[in-house]
Design a protein around this ligand. Structure first.
Ligand code: ZN
Ligand code: ZN
Length: 427
């Protein structure tokens, strides 16, 4: 059987941008390697979930890995806890957290991500202090607070007697929660911090909300006076003095695994705990990656090497590359273009030099669009290419949103992709 390499470039999709003379970052970027894949293969467009849905990454990834996100919708908190390697069981409470900066009053957010310059190492020291000094007293319980990448973290609380319910509101005012439990980014976020409230009258939800509020208050006291934060302020940086928590969950989702569904053994390579968590829940095994160094040339080259290595022993590899999403959120079109070029040269360039395209089916796409002119995820379809592994070419010879519109694959929904790939693999 052929092997499958499934490459997802986070937030790659975009819209025409004045800064790039009406081109999208992908269109404006020099991408000879992805273009050659498009030329040799078939292209199309994909709504990661379906038309009209602007998804968060978690919902999108669940969908493009072949699961109906309306049926399998674990809370983001649980996905991140699994992705962070924490042991999580039904009846415990998991929340996605951000280190953030609040003002003197402790009531208003100054920056949701501590100016995006909190290092993973700094976050680790603060997390250590929280785990050491905060004691939850409202009900007998214990917690683990784990920082993941930069300002991101996960909180898991377990009760010593009884269960906790994830049916509680978000403390993070930038996100609301739908009835199905999806986290949704608000278009006009408030800066006033909200208390956590139960969403139903169960004892489990009431206790969960109280424990979260207690954790937030007590961790604030630890962070406010932590010497690392005092030093950051002296250096003119924002202090990481508050924990914003959101997307609580209490249940481990039961995804039918890739082995059960397709009889294949897949590995995942992802920088972020959310994508890693979903892949692990789908039954993929983790291909260990060192933390990204920030030197993108080295990071992407290393990922190319690791991909080739992993493909030797597995039926397929899913790799999720975070690069293009962040400049999309920040509205920096030229930076997004530059990152796409680096991915093309240092990931695809190194990879294609050694990859046997006859034996490997390769897919390149995105989990959603993050257009620089919108600075948020949108419902626009993303470009898609399927190449190698004996796939016949269509007429399209470059990889871009505009060119892929003319591709033979047409416009598909995210959950249709995986079955299509498996069919091509086994044909
Ligand atoms: Zn994403
Ligand atoms: Zn994003």
């Amino acid at each position: 059987m052929r092997k499958l390499l499934y490459v997802v470039l986070d937030g790659l999709g975009d819209l025409p941008t004045p800064e790039l003379n009406g081109k999208t970052p992908l269109e404006a970027a020099k991408t000879p390697n992805m273009d050659s894949l498009a030329r040799k293969g078939k292209t199309g467009l994909m709504y990661p979930v379906r038309k009209g849905v602007a998804p968060e990454s978690d919902v999108a990834v669940i969908s493009i890995l072949g699961y109906d996100p309306f049926k399998y919708h674990p809370a983001r908190g649980v996905i991140e806890a699994v992705g962070a390697g924490l042991d999580f069981k039904d009846g415990e409470l998991a929340l996605r957290c951000n280190f953030a900066t609040v003002d003197e009053s402790g009531k208003f957010i100054v920056d949701r991500r501590v100016g995006r310059n909190l290092t993973t190492e700094e976050a680790g020291k603060l997390a250590e202090a929280i785990n050491r000094e905060v004691k939850l007293a409202y009900k007998p319980s214990e917690f683990i607070f784990k920082n993941t990448v930069a300002h991101r973290a996960v909180l898991v609380i377990r009760r010593l007697e009884g269960k906790l319910s994830g049916k509680i509101t978000n403390v993070d005012p930038a996100y609301s929660k739908t009835l199905e439990g999806f986290g949704v980014a608000k278009s006009q976020p408030q800066t006033k911090i909200e208390k956590c409230f139960p969403l139903d009258d169960s004892e489990e939800a009431r206790v969960a909300a109280e424990l979260v509020n207690e954790f937030i208050e007590k961790s604030y006291k630890v962070l406010k006076n932590h010497e690392l934060n005092l030093r950051r302020v002296k250096e003119g940086k924002l202090p990481a003095n508050f924990i914003l928590a959101r997307d609580a969950g209490d249940t481990v989702p039961k995804f039918p695994s890739f082995q059960e569904l397709y009889k294949v053994k897949f590995g995942c390579m992802a920088d972020m705990p959310v994508e890693r968590g979903i892949a692990l829940l789908c039954g993929m095994e983790e291909v260990p990656l060192p933390q990204s160094t920030g030197d993108l040339k080295a990071d992407y080259s290393l990922r190319a090497e690791k991909t080739l290595e992993a493909l030797e022993s597995l039926d397929g590899v899913y790799i999720h590359i975070k690069g293009p999403d962040e400049p999309g959120h920040d509205g920096r079109a030229k930076e997004k273009m530059r990152i796409v070029e680096l991915i093309d040269e240092f990931y695809f360039g190194k990879l294609l030099a050694k990859l046997n395209l006859e034996e490997t089916l390769i897919v390149v796409t995105a989990d959603h669009a993050t257009p620089c002119v919108i600075k948020a995820h949108t419902d626009d379809p993303v470009p898609l290419l399927i190449s190698g592994g004996g796939v016949l070419a269509d007429e399209v010879d470059v990889f871009s949103e505009k060119a892929c519109r003319k591709g033979k694959l047409g416009i598909i929904n995210g959950s249709e992709l995986m079955p299509l790939l498996i069919k091509l693999l086994k044909d």
